[in-house]
Ligand binder design. Structure first.
Ligand code: FAD
Length: 833
């Protein structure tokens, strides 16, 4: 059994101890700098509102488990969750509309939810001002976590099971040897450990610094205040039997004004996100003193009344009965925000055995703790955690400046209505491809991902709209789906299918894997047979031990011991690098090196039926089918520039990814652009690209499939080489699957087309069959080639082609049909041309 040290006895650390104990692990020590009865972190004063539903399936699932667990955590006939229900009210038409979208998320993720009228809001919550409220969303299973009590019960329960707790014991260092943790240090001692999990909440940055790890979270103060007793509530009979109930109305959110509410007996608690971001350095707060009490702890700062003034005014408007009260007690409470709002979960890329579970709300605490425990004990979590992965951040996103600016922005926007494509306005232009200047000249409209500026369409193509054949004319979109979108995408798609287009592919992750052990590493980690002739591209999957899909990638064998990987994320890089490090340490003769080359190279996707005409204007090299067949790769010279040409296409057309090193980028762009002119070439952006890849049936990892899905369910089993004799990660699990679960899985990623040919969806909407929510949309786009919106959705395997379903979009039902997959060129004739 492994020796585990957990740092921090907040709601996350104590849940983790409990989850490990329940999985049979026994050698566990929890080290806490504060006193155990009230450690003084964020948990010690958390009001504990649990609104489960978010746009994220992962986060909603983590919340749902937390509710279940707190309900089961019981002592003296009282559990740790007060299921009051949750009510989000709308006071603007925009919010009212957005609650419909949120209702859709609830249906997608399996949470019971009701859109309710203003009258019903008042029935549920009689103190609301009828003149202000337009309607609401009611979620009966939401409620209040009794976080401090839960923490104490978990300490009691795990202690009884043998977990050791060291209180008043600040961790001051992490012991390591040979790239592994070996223990934690505190004044006066060391606890030896094989695994250290930092659950230090907003102190995470300090703990990370002890091992040279940047933890992308920002501690921010957030205002919370309690009113004096509300005259109308004094003396009322609350059912003290249940949870020492001091609240019975639903927890309440008034997001239009950045406010939330709960009852505390006859007082009210008011939380406010509308004030200026107030960043805090955890190290400046000092260590917890022995005299921690409810009003005196490091995570509780002085109330700044002036910041709260707008909240107080608005509260009196929304809840008129509070006009008779005053603020009795307010504080600026500290907790963590992150650049993308997600928690931070995972193993340090630079140190084996050092794990992090931080920036976690009470709402997700037990869920995240379970995910850590499952990953430690079985190698994988049942809930996909990729969007919480510590390693999801790009290097540039780990700078202090970036973390501070984006996390503060996250605080400001926490309750805003955000479009899924909405870009941040700052920081921008962090990463630009060598084609950037040209793209700007062509009027590119950029959206940002991972710091990269990525063109979505080019205004230079607008004039071509008038030449679009009638069947390619874009349909009119509803205002929401029309945001961050342009009909120019139709032109770019039309040109790609009928002439030729160039796409900037630079921001896609590219890694080089090299060395005498390169082949062994890739064979061991992937489903395909990589032992091919140099000059060959292979599509392959990474699986987890359980046979869940943890990534898909293209691997190009450039030389015997040199491979290039086209992958999805920084997490793939962390995974490959760690595995390479382990292999090199295990067998020095099979050492292997992994190097990211994304930023030092650049890439143009040149695709379309006339791509060969264009390329032959630029080079005498042979680009025929024979010389460079589909899924072939070769190094060549194009107008004097060294280029590696990869014969593959995400959009499903003839062509190549032309990659060169950064210094030649602009020249390569100019050469291709010039050569293409007479062949009708256009630059094309992501908007067209996404539509083209969807109609060609190409899935995007993370969006369409995750670790929760087997390749058979996701429709990517073609990347598994059945005859591969080498063992690889996940193989045993795949072998254990029954033939029928491979052939006809119980759920499947399905292609849908929208019957009316025009109603758009954007992704994450629930899908109904016979009026029952049976699945959810992953990706969607207007498929120009077939002239209809297309969506991919997870559906029960039994719903075959031709099945009629309905997709709910802002409360409207859109009829759709399960279609054959893919819609476009299923035999790959175009790409093989
Ligand atoms: P913490 O509770 O902070 O625990 C971390 C522990 O680590 C601390 O006890 C600390 O003393 C210990 N520690 C740190 N460094 C060291 C070290 N070097 N050595 C030893 N021990 C160390 N969330 C919700 O879900 N719903 C809400 O309604 C809600 N409202 C909130 C309102 C306010 C005012 C605030 C401030 C937060 C709110 N939150 C809410 C957020 C929530 O409280 C936190 O996200 C959550 O409690 C974090 O739990 P944790 O266990 O990660 O961190």
């Amino acid at each position: 059994t492994q020796r585990v040290v957990i740092i921090g006895a907040g709601i996350v650390g104590t849940n983790l101890a409990d989850e490990l104990v329940s999985r049979g692990w026994s050698d566990i020590t929890v080290v806490e700098q504060g006193p155990l009865y009230m450690p003084g972190g964020s948990t010690s004063h958390a009001p504990g509102l649990v609104f489960q539903t978010t746009p994220s399936k992962t986060m909603t699932s983590l919340a749902r488990y937390t509710v279940e667990k707190l309900q089961s955590l019981e002592k003296d006939g009282q559990n740790c969750f007060n299921q009051t229900g949750g009510l989000e009210v709308a006071t603007t038409p925009e919010r009212l509309q957005d609650l419909k979208r949120k209702h859709g998320y609830a249906s997608s993720w399996g949470i019971e939810a009701y859109l309710v009228s203003a009258e019903r809001c008042l029935e549920l919550y009689p103190h609301l001002n009828r003149d202000v409220v337009l309607g609401g969303l009611h979620i009966p299973s939401d409620g209040l976590a009794l976080a401090a009590r839960a923490t104490q019960l978990l300490i009691e329960r795990t202690r009884a099971a043998g977990v050791k707790y060291l209180e008043m014991t600040p961790v001051t260092g992490i012991e390591r040897s040979n790239g592994r943790v070996t223990g934690v240090k505190f004044p006066g001692g060391v606890v030896a450990a094989d695994i250290v999990v930092s659950c230090a909440g907003f102190w995470g940055v300090e703990l990370g610094a002890m091992v040279g790890l940047s933890i992308p979270l920002l501690p921010l103060a957030h205002q919370y205040a309690k009113t004096t007793a509300v005259p109308g509530l004094v003396g009322r009979e609350l059912n003290k039997q249940i949870n020492g109930k001091n609240a019975e109305l639903p927890i309440l959110r008034h997001q239009d004004q950045d406010l939330y509410y709960r009852e505390h007996g006859d007082q009210y608690g008011i939380g406010y996100y509308g004030h200026r971001p107030m960043p805090v350095k955890a190290s400046s707060l000092g260590l917890t003193s022995k005299e921690v009490d409810e009003k005196n702890m490091p995570s509780r700062l002085e109330f700044t009344e002036e910041d709260f003034a707008p909240a107080w005014k608005e509260t009196q408007r929304l809840l008129p009965m509070l006009r008779e009260t005053q603020i009795a007690d307010g504080f600026n409470g500290v907790f963590s925000f992150t650049p993308d709002g997600g928690p931070i979960f995972g193993q340090a890329p630079n140190l084996d055995g050092f794990w992090v579970a931080e920036a976690v709300w009470v709402t997700h605490s037990a869920g995240v703790a379970r995910a850590v425990a499952e990953t430690l004990t079985t190698g994988h979590s049942q809930i996909d955690m990729s969007e919480c992965e510590l390693s999801r951040f790009e290097e540039v996103q780990l700078s202090e400046e970036y973390i501070e600016e984006t996390s503060s922005q996250n605080f400001v926007e926490i309750y805003d209505i955000l479009h899924p494509s909405q870009p941040r306005l700052s920081p921008r232009q962090l990463r630009t491809s060598p084609f950037y200047a040209r793209e700007v000249e062509l009027g590119a409209y950029f959206l940002e991902l991972g710091g990269w500026e990525r063109p979505f369409w080019y205004e230079s193509n607008r004039d071509l709209l008038k030449y679009l054949p009638p069947q390619w004319k874009p349909v009119e979109r509803d205002p929401w789906s029309n945001k961050f979108y342009s009909p120019i995408a139709a032109v770019e798609a039309w040109k790609t299918r009928n002439a030729v287009a160039m796409f900037d592919m630079t921001s896609f992750h590219r890694f080089e894997v090299s060395g005498p052990g390169a082949l062994d590493l890739l064979q061991r980690l992937s489903t395909a047979d990589i032992n091919t002739k140099p000059g060959t591209i292979t599509y392959a999957l990474f699986l987890n031990d359980h046979g869940g899909t943890r990534g898909d990638f293209f691997v190009s064998r450039l030389e015997d011991s040199l491979f290039q990987i086209g992958a999805n994320s920084a997490t793939d890089l962390a995974y490959l690098s760690r595995e390479a490090r382990h292999q090199s340490a295990r067998s020095p003769g099979k050492y292997v090196q992994v190097r990211e080359i994304t930023g030092s190279t650049c890439c143009i996707g040149l695709w379309g039926p006339r791509a060969r005409d264009v390329i032959s204007e630029t080079t005498t090299e042979d680009f025929s089918n024979k010389a460079l067949p589909y899924f072939g790769v070769k190094r060549c010279i194009i107008s004097g520039i060294p280029v590696t040409a990869f014969r593959k296409s995400y959009v499903g057309e003839l062509g190549w990814e032309l990659q060169t090193s950064a210094e030649y980028g602009q020249r390569l762009w100019d050469i291709i652009f010039q050569a293409g002119k007479i062949h009708g070439l256009v630059p094309a952006g992501r908007a067209a690209f996404n539509a083209l890849r969807l109609e060609k049936g190409y899935r995007t990892y993370g969006t369409d499939m995750t670790t929760e899905h087997t390749p058979f369910e996701a429709g990517i089993a073609g990347a598994i080489r059945a005859s591969k004799w080498e063992d690889y990660v996940g193989k045993a699990s795949l072998d254990r699957l029954s033939p029928s679960s491979k052939r006809t899985p119980t759920r499947r990623l399905r292609c849908l087309t929208v019957d009316d040919g025009r109603s758009m969806i954007l992704g994450k909407e629930p899908v109904f069959h016979k009026n029952k929510a049976v699945g959810y949309v992953t990706s969607a786009a207007f498929a120009f080639t077939v002239g209809k919106p297309v969506a991919y959705a997870w559906l029960p395997g039994a719903l075959g082609e031709g099945t009629k379903v309905e997709i709910e979009y802002f409360g409207k039902r859109i009829r759709a049909t399960v279609a054959a997959d893919p819609l476009y060129d299923p035999d790959n004739k175009r790409m093989m041309a």
